[in-house]
Write a protein that binds this ligand. Structure first.
Ligand code: PEP
Ligand code: MN
Length: 373
């Protein structure tokens, strides 16, 4: 059960203390408070965990400071959509809004290789009004002999250049808790000229200890990728680990499933789950067409499979696109064969606009039919 407190409730107030004292006396109930400092107001939610069936919504509603009460189902307690649950489906980070109604494109390098490539990429993004990117510094690789990413050594120039080209959010995978500290430190050293969305890769979706650590910090939002060999429910529970640790700024990423049923694509594209995740949870949903498709193959209509997959995700309501680009794919150290070219960036963005417009028209159409009864 969630008690949503009146906006602006202060933890020092007498009423708040009264409320906590009352809740502490409930048998078999653990109380956990979460405060979210938003742009406009501070919101506190109190989670009651345990045998809440015995509690009546009316009783809880009448307690001091309580605005609304949501009885949650067992699943995805924090991130899930529950009956009468009108908690927000968005968050803001570094001036950018991420929600179930917004769309942000994160085009960039799968892996940082050279400073020159980073600069070419960021300049192209700035020239096309983009404020987000992807830049991998810590790469989880199948072979121990493959390039593992430059790690913390590249962070200073990546962050400096991002600041120079007015990039506000960089999606960056972390595979170990020490990476979070390294990113925090490098951002601080470079004057926090940009922001980072920590990425949990598909190979770490169920690395529960990593999830707990990333979930306990609230400085960075998190993009968690769906595990490529587990059920959707298992991956959504992984996202819930982040939220139950305290971090609600979570985006859920679809990136295809590992099975040869998807051949000749690298993974079996799972973007039909975009609306499913939006129905089951309040998370914005990201699609990664690059790691799903894995090649630059095109179809007879002249459109690349990566762009077809992107459009399919967007026309289904995706809120974020994570996509590999590279100034010279033949020189990329990771995933060059699936990278789009910088000269394809305007085409890609225009293609996305078309798909998004179609999605918005579909929503309008559905609304009209619903209203007509
Ligand atoms: C990536 O985005 O660079 C990546 C490794 O993705 P995934 O975890 O989906 O394989
Ligand atoms: Mn990759």
């Amino acid at each position: 059960m969630i008690l949503i407190l009146k906006p602006g409730t202060l933890s020092e107030s007498h009423e708040y203390k009264q409320l906590l004292a009352h809740l502490a006396n409930l048998a078999g109930i653990t109380v956990r408070a979460h405060t979210e400092i938003g742009l406009e107001q501070t919101l506190t939610e109190i989670y009651l965990i345990g045998n809440t069936k015995a509690l009546s919504v009316e009783d809880m509603q009448s307690l001091p400071c309580v605005d609304r009460v949501v009885r949650v189902s067992e699943e995805y307690r924090v991130l899930g959509r529950h009956e009468n649950d009108d908690r927000p489906t968005y968050f803001d980070y570094n001036g950018v809004r991420f929600g179930q109604d917004t769309l942000n494109v994160f085009a960039g390098l799968c892996a940082v290789d050279t400073l020159e490539h980073v600069e070419l990429m960021l300049k192209a993004l700035r020239d096309h009004d983009q404020v987000c990117t992807r830049m991998g510094a810590y790469k989880p690789r199948t072979s121990p002999y493959s390039f593992q990413g430059h790690g913390k050594a590249c962070l200073p120039y990546v962050f400096d250049l991002a600041g120079k080209y007015e990039i506000k959010v960089i999606a960056m995978e972390v595979t170990h808790e020490s990476h979070v500290e390294e990113i925090r430190e490098a951002l601080y050293q470079t004057g926090t000229s940009t922001g980072v969305m920590l990425q949990i890769g598909t190979r770490n979706t169920q690395n529960f200890e990593l999830l707990k650590i990333v979930g306990r910090q609230q400085d960075f939002p998190v993009l968690i990728k769906r595990g490529f060999g587990i059920t959707l429910d298992e991956s959504l529970n992984a996202a819930e680990y982040l939220a139950s640790g305290g971090n609600r700024k979570v985006v859920f990423g679809l990136r295809g499933m590992k099975t040869n049923m998807g051949d000749p694509h690298r993974n079996f594209v799972d973007f039909t789950h975009v609306p499913v995740v939006k129905r089951l949870t309040r998370m914005p949903v990201c699609i990664d067409p690059s790691h799903s498709v894995g090649t630059r193959t095109g179809s007879p209509d002249g459109i690349l499979d990566v762009m077809h997959a992107t459009a399919q995700g967007i026309i289904a309501g995706a809120n974020m696109v994570l996509v590999d680009f590279h100034p010279v794919p033949s020189k990329a150290l990771v995933d060059g064969p699936q990278a789009l070219l910088l000269k394809e960036l305007p085409l890609f963005l225009e293609d996305i606009r078309i798909a998004r417009e179609a999605y918005e028209k579909r929503v309008e159409l559905a609304k009209r039919y619903q209203e007509a009864g």
